[in-house]
Design a protein around this ligand. Sequence first.
Ligand SMILES: Nc1ncnc2c1ncn2[C@@H]1O[C@H](COP(=O)(O)OP(=O)(O)O)[C@@H](O)[C@H]1O
Ligand SMILES: [Mg+2]
Length: 290
Amino acid sequence: MKWLSSTARHYRANGTQAGPAETVAIAPQLAPDSARAPLIELDNLHKTYQTADVPVHAVRGISLKIRHAEFVAIMGASGSGKSTLMNILGCLDRPTEGRYLLDGVDVRTLDRDQLADLRNRKLGFVFQGFNLLSRTTALENVELPMLCGGQRRPAREVRARAMERLAQVGLADRAGHFPNQLSGGQQQRVAIARALVNEPEVILADEPTGNLDSKTSLEIMDIFQGLNDRGMTLIMVTHELNIARFCRRTLVVRDGHLVNDQPILERLRATEQLRLVLANEEEAQLTARL
Ligand SMILES: Nc1ncnc2c1ncn2[C@@H]1O[C@H](COP(=O)(O)OP(=O)(O)O)[C@@H](O)[C@H]1O
Ligand SMILES: [Mg+2]
């Protein structure tokens, strides 16, 4: 799965042509699939937190549809309700009012166990702080979602699948490393491998590049775009416009309302942006030596 390894080493090893050109050739861009029923449907969704003093209306009547193979950025100021919305989309929290259909299933009808099962099968999570277990190797972190939930697999298969996902994000050679032996970008790639291991329908990422420098953020966006090219649905919270420009659609939330919903017409390709960054770095190094 070479198409996903997007480290500087990969580009250098392949030259500026082979890697990206090959990516284009083998990864036709899928248009969001409008023939199928929406993957996600929200109808007048509300979430009110009951606090000791006043109720907090974090989400105030959001309706929207997200189709298979979309790549959506959720934007908005701090406190606007983005994480609340993501927690509901991720079945980590329930709406106070309104309907949420995930792949045609009304999540209100499910009990705790059914919800956990749905979450485990359909959803992969990526967080700003990576959320890896610190005393556990990269490989074991990726194995974890396969050990939760109803499906029991033989240990050898669990290991092989986790290795495959680590290889997909270019980290096969770091399988035995602990999180504190990895860079932030590498930890986030482990988290992406973990999110992918149960073959979810959708990846939910809450500010996945929030703790990363701009080049490392490009590497993460490159992985996400590669997944989306192959039909994965991704929903990502970001407050950075230059990160949202790698997605296909932006939703803007303000004070719990959806105030803007539009396609991204001039989408950036992370592969190209990375190539520019690397070319600039090389030029700077050459100039420094003169
Ligand atoms: N568990 C909670 N209890 C009470 N209020 C909360 C809770 N989580 C979030 N809020 C409040 O809900 C609003 C939206 O928060 P959040 O969804 O985290 O926004 P964002 O992710 O856009 O920064 C904020 O006013 C926040 O303080
Ligand atoms: Mg938030």
